[in-house]
Design a protein around this ligand. Structure first.
Ligand code: HEC
Length: 155
């Protein structure tokens, strides 16, 4: 009984503390302020684990290397993605430079997401970043075609 009362008291005190912090105006939401190490770790770990835990059922369809698919991906990339992600020979735009987290350069980044992960990022977006989700506006074929290699051949 004593343990239950202690746990309950701790939970209530933590909840009051959390609500107090939320209402306190202490946290600066400006995107130009870098996140402190703890917030950055919490957000990135949550995001990475969320995405990697949802890749199971996604498999790439055949034919992605067909010229029409490559061309379609390149067109969409230039129109919808390059403003943030840039591309070979393109300078970073003012929009890209003002974002936090920064949009990675999908062509030269050392980390290369697997095809399924790439697909998931593009289809479903990432909360609390500027990365938009394209499920409402692009077909699955168009999303699969959106790989950096497609745009590279067009650029
Ligand atoms: C308004 C800016 C913006 C636009 C437009 C945009 N993105 Fe992003 N994208 C981002 C940001 C910011 C991130 C980083 C998200 C993060 O840190 O989790 C990102 C992340 C990604 C990632 C994950 C890369 C990795 O290694 O983790 C992929 C893949 C991606 N975007 C592809 C695309 C494609 C393809 C398009 C166009 C169809 C697109 N993005 C359009 C801002 C944008």
């Amino acid at each position: 009984m004593k343990i239950l009362a202690t746990v309950l008291t701790c939970a209530i005190v933590s909840a009051i503390g959390a609500i107090g912090f939320i209402c306190s105006r202490l946290y600066d939401v400006s995107a130009l302020q870098p996140d402190n190490a703890l917030v950055a770790w919490a957000v990135h770990t949550t995001s990475n684990r969320s995405i990697s835990g949802r890749l199971g059922a996604i498999t790439a369809p055949p034919g992605l290397e067909q010229p029409l698919a490559v061309q379609s991906g390149g067109h969409i990339f230039i129109r919808e993605c390059a403003v943030c992600h840039g591309g070979p020979g393109l300078n970073a735009t003012d929009i890209a430079r003002g974002l936090n987290p920064s949009p990675p350069d999908l062509f030269f980044a050392t980390r290369k997401p697997e095809a399924a992960e790439n697909f998931r990022f593009i289809k479903y977006a990432v909360k609390m970043t500027a990365m938009p989700g394209f499920r409402p506006t692009q077909t699955e074929e168009q999303i699969w075609a959106l790989r950096p290699s497609s745009a590279k051949r067009r650029a």
